[in-house]
Write a protein that binds this ligand. Sequence first.
Ligand SMILES: O=C1O[C@H](COP(=O)(O)O)[C@@H](O)[C@H](O)[C@H]1O
Length: 242
Amino acid sequence: MKLNIFKTADEVLASLADFFAKTAKEAIEKHDRFTVALSGGSSPKKLHELLVSDYRDKIEWNKVWFFFGDERDVPLTDSQSNYLMAKNTLFDPLGIDPAHIFPVHTDLGAEEAAKHYTLNLISFFDGHNACFDLVILGLGDNSHTASLFPHTSVLKDESASIQALYIDEVKMNRITFTAPLINNAHHIAFLVYGEGKAEAVKHILEDAKNIPEYPAQLIIETSDGDLQWFMDEGAASKLEKK
Ligand SMILES: O=C1O[C@H](COP(=O)(O)O)[C@@H](O)[C@H](O)[C@H]1O
């Protein structure tokens, strides 16, 4: 695992955008496509904006395929939708072909949407377990990542799949990649900035294992995977070892 710690959030974003472009180039050279699962919430908006402003001509966008590590069970037109955020900040400004975007079909209902997404992945990855070139993750201040929330049943799920579940803490259904599905990726990048995340970062990286309390501890580097954290000094401020 590699920790990339920068003074400012802008430097964090610049470094992750560069990493995105590098992994895209390598994947396209290797198998003529780049598969990336985006995270939701607010942190990735600025990353998307940077990719649009500085990487428009540096990435072969017509070879990029977009997925979502988690989604809220709301219509895709709702302001809480992770898809809508990515559409507004990334897909529309870059003119991405809709055929290259895999939204979670929340109109089917959470359970069906999760099953449908799992089947889509199986078919996209030719019957094999999905293995993304890059999964981008955020970190909630309660130590959740994707929609792997504390004390939820999905934390025990050992299948590499998409699951739907009601999350009491946010009073809504969420659709989420399981940890084994995320861990199967070639590259995993956490994007975390701001002092508000410092406590959670410490729990995940330095505290004793306690998956029910700190679900992002489930995300690990496998023998053929690469796990990197991109964070600012604020988010890293409670770490003892840097
Ligand atoms: O609910 C969610 O929260 C996390 C963290 O979001 P942020 O707003 O603190 O950046 C996010 O990674 C996840 O995808 C999202 O659905």
